[in-house]
Write a protein that binds this ligand. Structure first.
Ligand code: SF4
Length: 84
């Protein structure tokens, strides 16, 4: 069980590939529509969610930071605060 949750607004992905290049263990580009997929996620509506812990927080924070359309978010699951 992770302390944080990644939330990916996939429909608005512009398929730039930045997230995959930063954190390839979590992100991969889809061969069909070219957008990124959050690996091992659960689908929640149009979003992809995945719990992570503090060990993998930093690389995903960087991916979220550098997403040019700001559609990757990370939420603190204990407080509900959106960190990015
Ligand atoms: S960085 Fe953002 S826009 Fe680029 S592929 Fe990843 S989710 Fe899509």
């Amino acid at each position: 069980m992770g302390n944080f949750q990644i939330q990916h607004d996939r429909p608005n992905c512009i398929a730039c590939g930045v997230c995959e290049s930063i954190a390839p263990e979590f992100w991969e580009m889809d061969k069909n529509d070219g957008k990124s997929n959050l690996k091992a996620c659960k689908k929640v509506g149009h979003e992809e969610h995945r719990d992570i812990d503090e060990h993998t927080f930093e690389e995903n924070r960087e991916a979220a930071d550098r997403c040019p359309v700001n559609i990757i978010h990370i939420v603190n699951k204990e407080t509900g605060e959106r960190l990015i």
